[in-house]
Write a new protein. Structure first.
Length: 212
């Protein structure tokens, strides 16, 4: 909440948003002070720096993996997919939840350090949330995340062993998404730095494929 750090932000649009938010809350504080309630804006500002528990974080962060919307979008052009399949996806099926976990945690492992060094600060990732809640080192948290990712893959595999009524062609769509996530975030942030990792994979698969 310090306007003096605005020049540390990496992009002009972020500076514009930051200045706007500061001005809005300064306005709130001045308006509330007229009735002796200037503390109200302070509570809101303090909440902005709140580091949630890991459970709170995951409840919201899993959604950012967009497994539901990507899976349902992949169904649109498939004639063999009926309404049951769409309802199954949005109901929060095990394979969807597990794919969300794989995506969110793999992303956090390879991106959290860089995100925390960006000018102006950054929202806490799952790594920071888990470190604070469980008083663990960064290395130990990453080990725990890797265990969670392995467990999520086990859940994905269980769905292919008859744990769901959905046919194979439905399950494979979500499995392929999990595979893409694994390829993207295996070692670095392949989504952000696609030229370093994914570009060569795409060329190998579609431009210079090995013919069998």
């Amino acid at each position: 909440w310090d306007i003096s750090v605005i020049d540390e932000l990496p992009a002009d649009y972020l500076k514009l948003v930051f200045r706007y938010v500061i001005n809005v809350y300064d306005g709130f504080e001045k308006e509330m002070s007229k009735g002796g309630r200037s503390y109200a804006a302070s509570y809101a500002k303090e909440r902005a720096g709140y580091v949630p528990t890991f459970e709170e974080y995951m409840r919201n962060a899993r959604i950012t993996g967009v497994a539901q919307i990507i899976t349902t979008s992949s169904f649109i052009g498939m004639d063999m997919v009926d309404q049951k399949a769409f309802d199954w996806v949005i109901s929060g099926s095990k394979i969807i939840r597990a794919t969300e976990v794989v995506g969110r945690l793999m992303d956090d492992i390879v991106t959290h350090e860089e995100e925390q060094t960006r000018g102006g600060g950054h929202v806490a990732s799952g790594v920071e949330c888990y470190m604070k809640e469980h008083i663990m080192s960064r290395e130990k948290v990453i080990e725990e995340f890797e265990r969670m990712i392995k467990d999520a893959w086990k859940e994905i595999n269980e769905e292919f062993l008859g744990q769901t009524p959905m046919p194979m062609h439905i399950l494979t769509r979500t499995l392929n998404l999990a595979r893409v996530v694994d390829a993207l975030y295996k070692h670095i942030d392949g989504y952000t730095y696609s030229a370093k990792v994914i570009k060569d994979d795409i060329i190998a698969a579609y431009v210079d494929p090995i013919l069998i």
